[in-house]
Design a protein around this ligand. Structure first.
Ligand code: PDD
Length: 295
């Protein structure tokens, strides 16, 4: 069982790790995070996650305390020590512990930590009941491209969805479906996939990026534009994407069935290709080409 954490260069038992009361992550949500999937003891798209971490940190005017190559080495050395082969690495970077003040500290400080979490085995394409999504107004800030630890709007939305018997909340910003509380979203309409562009209201999901790559190879066109809620309701198919859930099919949008509540052919095709991509990338000694267009 995993109980280790890497924190500012030290490896400790998680119960021995201590964060200062004046950590700016704790007091101001002044920090960013990443979630990196591990299969068979190997990371999937780690480089892309660490590049996004750099962009997120930059977005809050914070520099990574070490180059990403070194960070990647630290992670690669740490994970086998946990004994975990299936799960995800949670990584968090904050502006560190300094006397409480809204102003940035004069001298750079940080808290960087990561540890592993277990996950159940991924669902096979078409497996499971299909997700039920609850649309809710997008009340988040306009820098959703930053993977900020300030997630209270997402947490409230997710819990509202669950309280009403749904699996996930989806944000709607003036008629446009932006993303889920914890995922990106794609709708299939007339053979095309539609998904909102990344930016103010949408995180540049790494799984989303893999889906773009796979769809191009499969010849499935993607229309990157705001998806209107009235289009979402009559979509032929719908999926959500995230590191922890890969590509998950949607059965219901509020009180309406999507694709008669069944997993559709485009979803099956995409998820099969995604599973294959994971298997290839996480086999022993696999060398993986970076995703084209990763930004
Ligand atoms: N969340 N949008 C939001 C708001 C998210 O929180 C996530 C992922 C995504 C998908 O990004 P990616 O494909 O890179 O995982 C999109 C993670 C898994 C989490 O917070 O646990």
């Amino acid at each position: 069982m995993n109980d280790l954490i890497w924190i500012n260069g030290e490896i400790l038992h998680i119960s021995d790790a201590r964060i200062g009361v004046e950590d700016r992550g704790f007091q101001f949500a002044d920090g960013v995070y990443e979630v990196v999937r591990f299969y068979n003891g190997k990371s999937f798209t780690m480089r892309e996650h660490l590049e996004r971490l750099t962009r997120s940190a930059d977005g809050i005017k914070l520099a990574l305390p070490m180059p990403i190559e070194q960070l990647q080495d630290e992670i690669v050395q740490f994970v086998p020590r946990t004994g975990m082969r299936e799960g995800y690495l949670y990584l968090q970077l904050t502006r560190g512990v300094v006397e409480r003040n809204h102003r940035f500290p004069k001298h750079a400080s940080h808290t960087l930590l990561f540890y592993m979490h277990e996950l159940p085995p991924p669902l096979e394409p078409g497996e499971g009941e299909g997700l039920k999504l609850l649309p809710l107004p997008d009340e988040r800030w306009k820098r959703c491209w930053i993977k900020s630890i300030g997630l209270i709007a997402n947490v409230l939305a997710k819990n509202e969805a669950i309280a009403h018997g749904f699996d996930e909340a989806v944000f709607v910003d003036r008629e446009a479906v932006t993303e889920g509380a914890t995922c990106n979203i794609f709708a299939a309409l007339g053979g095309k996939l539609v998904t909102h562009p990344v930016g103010a209201k949408v995180l540049s999901g790494i799984t989303r990026m893999v889906v773009f790559d796979i769809a191009a190879k499969l010849g499935v066109p993607i229309d990157e534009r705001p998806l209107r809620e009235e289009e979402a309701v009559r979509a032929d198919e719908m999926v959500i994407t995230s590191t922890t859930r890969e590509i998950a099919w949607v059965a219901r949008w509020n009180d309406r069935y999507i694709g008669q509540g069944k997993c559709g052919p485009i979803t099956m095709k995409l998820h099969r290709a995604y599973r294959e991509r994971v298997r290839t990338a996480t086999r022993s000694h696999a060398r993986v080409a970076p995703i084209v267009g990763a930004a």
